[in-house]
Ligand binder design. Structure first.
Ligand SMILES: [Zn+2]
Ligand SMILES: [Zn+2]
Length: 582
């Protein structure tokens, strides 16, 4: 018989999180241990396998990021509900230390004094005590400190709201953990992501989640027990805003069936889209079959079930979330001119821009091919780096020929068509990195810049224009070289380059690497105006990164890209023909 676990995976994640936070407070070399426990918490909260079975079969250390020490704590927590490490750490700190240490200027000694004098264990209690004037009487605090604390709490909250935007792929990972957790609250729930995450913005300020449930208040209470929550910022019967470890901010709105569609629409935004929508509706430009449609009460009275129904009621086409930025989508929807064939994930037939162990990829040609095949792809382009990218193991001509032999051999064993490609460097003078004689033998060429980013705009423009005018057909890889939150796009005259591409043998890639997401949607729209074609690329350096495809598709949708404008929606033969270098 299976022994009943004392704690489930979420409760274990919460404990590991608490240990991590306390280790972080200790500082010094304990910080490294803190990282490990943080990873452990994430692995636990996100794990799909049955934890009981993993423990029984002694497989914990086979999970990525779980070492022996961590495994033994997890096992302990699972079997006894306690952790010897946590017990030890708790002796060193006053209660509420994790949350309170987030207030700038509060030392551990001060937090201990606050606890001793007033029993304070949270920021909310601290704020209340300061507002009631109770802090100044504590030894070592005084009226000035009290005032300062109140200001700090207020401005810190504001700063966190404003500044900390989470990278899209981290926001998505956190949102998925939340969804997994909420799903354990019972059935008949519907959980949707909203906000900038649903609009696939590069970074996300607040992860917004909307849940449809018969018992909103119960669900909110359940959510507040989510183990990765470190602070509750706001709370009502049907909504809450919390902060997770690592500073993700999450808003959950729980509504009944009747309110769901409108709640999802308003929580999704953007602000600009909603404001314009409201104006259209109240001006009467958009029509309604049942009088004024825009107030919550009238909508609730007739309770549309989906967003599509809401838009339809207002006389508009359905507007996909990726388009809701007030960039002409409402006017188009009103006129019935919104494209109905926006690219979707299902349209993609081939994986473009994949690296292997021949350059800086983690997996072999065969592994990449099989993974693409398993995802239902008809073809895959193997595009390792060219020799100039020596730091990334650029492939010399000798090794290139070996790779071609290997591709031929692997092709015998798989169905997916493997295309011989390269990611050729655009060198400083704008030429590509292999001699023409070699370039012509590829099935596909991605041409990218990997060095000398800091040219002035005129030189950079000339470099790219030269590259695009090369006689071979090429796909412009991660066009403007940006790395989200790390490196801005490089300086060049984008419109001029697009003009050249429009009349050259070239296409532009929409790079799905979540750190790149290049080009930006506004440039994709400029490229569309010029009838330029695109590929949705994964720029995968491992089999796992083939999942970058969804980001590429989302970016393309944000740029209003339609299926017919994307080369890798074509069949294998048509794609090969379209991208053939010479
Ligand atoms: Zn590259
Ligand atoms: Zn690449």
């Amino acid at each position: 018989m299976k022994p009943k676990p004392k704690l489930d995976k979420f409760a274990i994640a919460a404990t590991l999180q608490e240990i991590a936070a306390l280790l972080e407070l200790k500082g010094g070399k304990d910080r490294f241990k803190a990282r490990a426990y943080q990873t452990g918490a994430r692995v636990m909260a996100g794990m799909g396998d049955d934890l009981g079975a993993v423990i029984k079969e002694n497989r914990l250390t086979s999970l990525r990021g779980i070492g022996d020490a961590l495994a033994s704590q997890i096992k302990q927590l699972y079997e006894t509900g306690e952790s010897s490490v946590l017990r030890g750490l708790k002796k060193d700190f006053p209660p509420g230390i994790i949350e309170l240490s987030g207030v700038p200027g509060l030392s551990i000694a001060k937090i201990a004094a606050l606890h001793e004098a007033l029993g304070i264990t949270s920021i909310a209690e601290l704020k209340a005590a300061a507002e009631a004037g109770k802090i100044k009487s504590i030894k070592g605090f005084g009226a000035k400190t009290e005032q300062k604390l109140l200001e700090t709490i207020a401005s810190d909250g504001e700063r966190k709201t404003k500044e900390q935007r989470l990278h899209l792929h981290r926001a998505l990972a956190a949102a998925e953990q939340i969804r997994n957790y909420l799903a354990t609250a019972g059935d008949k729930l519907e959980i949707e992501f909203a906000g900038s995450l649903r609009r696939w913005k590069e970074t996300v300020g607040t992860i917004r989640v909307v849940a449809k449930t018969k018992q909103p208040a119960v669900l909110i209470k359940y959510f507040l027990r989510f183990p990765l929550i470190v602070q509750v910022e706001e709370q009502t019967r049907t909504s809450c805003i919390v902060r997770l470890a690592e500073d993700a901010r999450v808003s959950l709105v729980a509504v009944s069936q009747a309110e769901f569609a409108l709640a999802l629409l308003t929580e999704t935004g953007s602000q600009a889209h909603l404001a314009k929508l409201e104006k259209l509706v109240s001006n009467g430009s958009a029509k309604s079959k049942r009088g004024k449609p825009n107030t919550r009460t009238t909508v609730r009275a007739s309770a549309p079930k989906t967003e599509a129904e809401l838009y339809r009621r207002w006389g508009l086409q359905y507007i996909p979330p990726e388009l809701r930025e007030d960039e002409g989508e409402l006017e188009a929807a009103l006129a019935g001119k919104l494209p109905e064939d926006l690219l979707t994930l299902d349209d993609i037939q081939g994986m473009v821009h994949c690296h292997t162990t021949y350059s800086d990829g983690k997996h072999s040609v065969e592994e990449m091919a099989r993974a693409a095949e398993a995802m239902g792809m008809k073809y895959i382009t193997i595009t390792d780096h060219s020799p100039t990218a020596f730091y990334a193991g650029g492939v010399t001509i000798d090794r290139l020929k070996r790779q071609w032999d290997e591709i031929a051999a692997v092709q015998e064993t798989v169905k997916v068509k493997i295309l011989r490609g390269t990611e050729s460097d655009i060198i400083a003078d704008g030429h590509l990195d292999y001699p023409d004689k070699i370039l012509e033998q590829f099935d596909v060429i991605v041409a990218s810049i990997h060095s000398r980013y800091k040219m002035d705009s005129a030189k950079m423009t000339k470099r790219i224009v030269t590259a695009m005018r090369q006689p071979v057909f090429k796909i412009w890889g991660h066009a403007l070289g940006r790395l989200i939150q790390r490196r801005p796009p490089f300086e060049c005259d984008v419109e001029k380059i697009l003009d050249v591409i429009a009349e050259s043998r070239a296409a532009i890639e929409v790079n799905g690497d979540p750190w790149r997401l290049d080009m930006e949607p506004r440039w994709l729209r400029e490229a569309r105006k010029r009838k330029i074609k695109f590929t949705i690329s994964v720029d995968a350096h491992s089999t796992g990164a083939l999942n970058n495809l969804k980001y590429g598709v989302a970016m393309a949708r944000r740029g209003w890209v339609r299926k017919a404008e994307v080369l890798n929606t074509l069949s294998t033969k048509a794609f090969q023909k379209a991208v053939k270098p010479a």
